[in-house]
Design a protein around this ligand. Structure first.
Ligand SMILES: [Zn+2]
Length: 493
């Protein structure tokens, strides 16, 4: 093990308390995060959990060793939204081929997007459609144990069969009953009962099952996939202590909006199918995201995909490097709501510019004190990334006065997934929307110089302003030896 883990404190939605993280088996840390439903481009709200739990994965890897952490993030590739999108976008293809096209294109885009945000790949990325048998096994177990029943072509979870159903969201079953529209769902025993399996028509995707040709409900996907990769695949390697907590794993993460019903129902399925005391020990949820002070929605016209931020000028009139998005996201603590804004991106861009200038070309070298400060004081305090970023900026001040520390600074910034590029890659990413080549810029500078020599100040200013419009800022400085004015340029953004 890399170092002591006594200090890692995590807030647990289940207990509503921050507590010391005690892994079931420190040699096998197990983390599950709900992944995307692949029917549309991921928006910046979807980016938040991916970035937040990437930091957690990096932290756990730092504390326990990468080879001791298993991180599973699924892909939901069976969903009615996917069917609808397939019919809309590819009406001439057979449904299965159309669905395959939608899910492949969307999943590929998602991978490209999150890679640009500096997120590591999870250990496993299972797809729902590769785990249908595991879901059916789990549903069969739930029926056999009296926790599920068939009604009108569906299999439903019987929420009344679980004494403490609702413990995560602290919802009371009676309250839920009172508010429900019983009349439209007469086949349910309780209003809160939810679908495990539903019948498919000829034109819907489906799999043969003991309950007829059909498809799984969304919640059962995560229960089946987490159990497959975080229990079945590793159970025989676990410590005796961990084996005594059969089917449990350490941490389950996702957005706040998933607490109810998704995570509540995952818990109900997993615990009841396996007679387990818990599904995950710690439940972590990231807060909501707004854009410029408003809820993001297609109708308000402020709906932004990750790809639009990276590849178009739709937000703030320019493209943004993925690392800037990452920093802007982590400047707010993961449990707080975040207000995503152009101003925040500009601030993040300026911080990174300064860090890259200081980190320079120096080779990474470790500094245990700096590392411990960032890890123990900030990240281990319930993933306090804003504190870590503040501390990094203070360390940057120290680097300014002792350039030999540049490599150490870079190393410690890497802990959060920053400064992983070279300075020239960063410059290139920053000027991705500058269309001029270096030679063209130098030619413009020469033309301006000639104009000024000829005392055509207006022409000199015009060239300067033209370049500025294209994101190139000129800086004039007198060479102390020759007394001549020399002009340098940088990407202004
Ligand atoms: Zn899930």
């Amino acid at each position: 093990m890399a170092r002591t883990t006594q200090n890692l404190q995590l807030y647990n939605t289940l207990t509503r308390e921050k507590a010391r993280f005690k892994p079931l088996d420190p040699a096998h840390i197990r983390l599950y995060v709900c992944g995307p439903t692949v029917y549309d481009f991921a928006h910046i709200g979807n980016a938040r959990p991916v970035i937040v739990f990437d930091v957690l994965y990096r932290l756990l890897s730092h504390l326990f060793g990468r080879e001791h952490v298993t991180y599973v993030r699924n892909i939901t590739d069976v969903d009615d939204k996917i069917n609808a999108r397939a019919l809309r976008d590819f009406p001439d293809l057979p449904l299965n081929a159309a669905i395959a096209k939608v899910t492949k294109t969307t999943a590929d885009q998602f991978h490209a997007d999150v890679a640009a945000l500096g997120c590591l790949e999870p250990t496993h990325e299972p797809r729902a459609t590769d785990n249908i048998q595991q879901m059916q096994d789990m549903i069969a177990a739930l029926i056999a144990k009296g926790h599920a029943y068939e009604a009108e072509g569906e299999v439903l979870f019987d929420t009344a069969s679980m004494a403490d159903y609702g413990a995560l969201s602290k919802r009371n079953l009676d309250e839920q009953q009172a508010g429900a529209r019983i009349e439209v769902e007469a086949h349910k025993r309780n209003a809160a009962d939810f679908v495990l399996w539903k019948g498919s028509s000829e034109t819907e995707p489906g799999w043969e099952s003991p309950w007829g040709r059909g498809r799984p409900g969304w919640h059962i996907e995560c229960s089946a996939m987490s159990n497959r990769y975080l229990w079945d695949a590793v159970a025989d390697q676990l410590s005796d202590d961990a084996k005594a907590h059969a089917h449990e794993f350490d941490i389950h993460g996702g957005g706040l909006d998933l607490i109810f019903p998704h995570h509540e129902n995952e818990i109900a399925q997993s615990r009841c199918a396996h007679d387990a005391g818990a599904m995950a020990r710690v439940w972590m949820h990231n807060g909501f995201l707004q854009v410029e002070g408003e809820k993001m929605s297609k109708s308000l016209g402020n709906f932004i995909t990750i790809n639009e931020l990276l590849a178009t000028d739709k937000f703030g009139g320019r493209k943004w490097p993925g690392e800037v998005l990452r920093l802007a996201m982590l400047m707010t603590h993961y449990r707080e709501p975040i207000d995503f804004s152009v101003r925040k991106l500009e601030e993040a861009s300026n911080i990174l510019e300064r860090w890259y200038q200081l980190a320079g070309k120096a080779l990474p070298e470790r500094d245990a004190d700096w590392e411990n400060e960032i890890v123990d004081q900030a990240l281990s305090n319930d993933l306090n990334t804003p504190d870590a970023i503040r501390r990094l900026s203070t360390l940057a001040d120290a680097v300014r006065d002792q350039p030999e520390a540049a490599g150490r600074f870079k190393q410690v910034a890497n802990l959060l997934g920053f400064l992983t590029q070279t300075k020239s890659e960063w410059d290139a990413a920053k000027r991705a929307d500058v269309t001029l080549s270096d030679d063209e810029i130098l030619a413009q500078i020469a033309a301006r110089h000639a104009a000024r020599q000829a005392k055509d100040w207006a022409e000199g200013d015009r060239i300067r302003d033209e370049l500025l419009k294209m994101g190139i800022q000129l800086k004039d400085a007198k060479n102390p030896e020759t007394g001549e004015i020399e002009t340098t340029w940088e990407v202004k953004r």
